[in-house]
Design a protein around this ligand. Structure first.
Ligand code: ZN
Length: 350
């Protein structure tokens, strides 16, 4: 197996981060704030001091062992806006599950609002993983476990988090595009409004408890309102629209206080997850840890056909955050190509 020397790997880490933080394909409008990604990235870089995707990949590679249960938290539910979920989140969660399952031999796991369980199961099937109950899943290759997490208040959610962690003993909890509460215990959209705190499952308590127990946590996000941005809380409040004051009665801003051990900032969360896969592929020498364009297209189409909606336009198209479908497919292609080239050497003779 070819390995990439450490100093080269660090430079490829920079390339990956630049690819996934380039806000291509954004339309204008009240969500148009493309430089926020760059500014949040700079804040996270100053905090962690390393390429973000590579750093997260190294922590996973070091801490996660074959046979471990790994929990992935993703998906956004709203009874009116996203009754079948939102396109940014679940596709990346599923492709990451595939990557970790085939590359590291782990059992991928999801915990979602009851209305999103079917969506997550379909996302898994689209990438090649069969959803099964845990007892069966661990006996078969290429499976995923999707359990429901209750929609209830903060205290009950903490109890449910404890039960889930006690039962499955995860070695790592990853989140992508998963909203985290602010200082007032409320959840917000990037547009500054409250995302019906009473209607959502508060999986950020799983992340808090995981950190208390020393379980590795990795957050991926693009808006500052997600789990992980507590790690650059004060900086993000100054960067994003509605960062310091929101449009809901709490008026404490949209930025989440929930921290993670590693944070990946990306132009679209699915792309950040793909960047993590690319870094894992370079680190392990297993190029299959980075999924391909066809897989990306399959999962985007499957979820759109189910009624999953683009987070910006609310249309049930295979698009994320209002960017064209080709933007997601091309980013995956560029990352896949970058991984391939990282394993080739060419020295000019003059
Ligand atoms: Zn608020």
């Amino acid at each position: 197996m070819t390995t990439i020397p450490a100093q080269d790997l660090e430079q490829y880490g920079e390339i990956i981060d630049r690819l996934v933080t380039t806000p291509i394909g954004r339309s204008r409008g009240n969500l148009f704030q493309p430089m926020k990604i760059v500014n949040m990235y700079d804040a996270a870089r100053a905090k962690f001091g390393r390429p973000l995707c590579l750093m997260a990949a190294e922590m996973i590679h070091e801490r996660v062992k074959p046979g471990d249960n790994v929990l992935i938290l993703t998906g956004s539910y709203h009874p009116l806006h996203f009754p079948v979920g939102e396109m940014d989140g679940p596709p990346g969660g599923a492709s990451l599950a595939l990557s970790l399952s085939t590359g590291l031999g782990v059992q991928p796991f999801f915990a979602n609002e009851p209305p999103l369980v079917k969506l997550m199961e379909e996302a898994c099937k689209a990438v090649g993983l069969l959803p099964m109950p845990y007892d069966q899943a661990i006996q078969r290759d290429h499976t995923a476990v999707v359990v429901s997490f209750p929609i209830t208040d903060h205290e009950e959610s903490k109890r449910a988090a404890q039960e889930l962690l006690d039962t499955y003993n995860f070695s790592c909890v990853l989140t992508s595009e998963r909203l985290g509460r602010n200082r007032q215990g409320r959840y917000h959209s990037a547009g500054g409004t409250e995302r019906e705190t009473q209607d959502r499952c508060k999986v950020d308590h799983i992340v808090d408890l995981a950190r208390e127990r020393g379980i590795l946590t990795v957050g991926v996000g693009d808006g500052g309102n997600e789990i992980g941005f507590g790690s650059i809380f004060e900086e993000t409040r100054k960067i994003v629209n509605w960062g310091e004051e929101c449009r809901c009665p709490c008026n404490d801003g949209i930025v989440s206080i929930v921290e993670t051990d590693a944070l990946i900032v990306a132009a679209t969360s699915n792309w950040g997850v793909a960047g993590l896969e690319a870094a894992l592929a370079m680190l392990t020498g297993n190029q299959d840890m980075m999924h391909d364009r066809d897989t990306e297209q399959r999962v985007l189409h499957r979820l759109a056909d189910m009624g999953c909606a683009d987070g910006a336009t609310l249309m049930t198209t295979p698009t994320c955050d209002g960017t064209p479908e080709s933007a997601s497919l091309d980013i995956v292609d560029l990352l896949k190509g970058t991984v391939g080239q990282a394993f080739r050497t060419f020295n000019r003779r003059f």
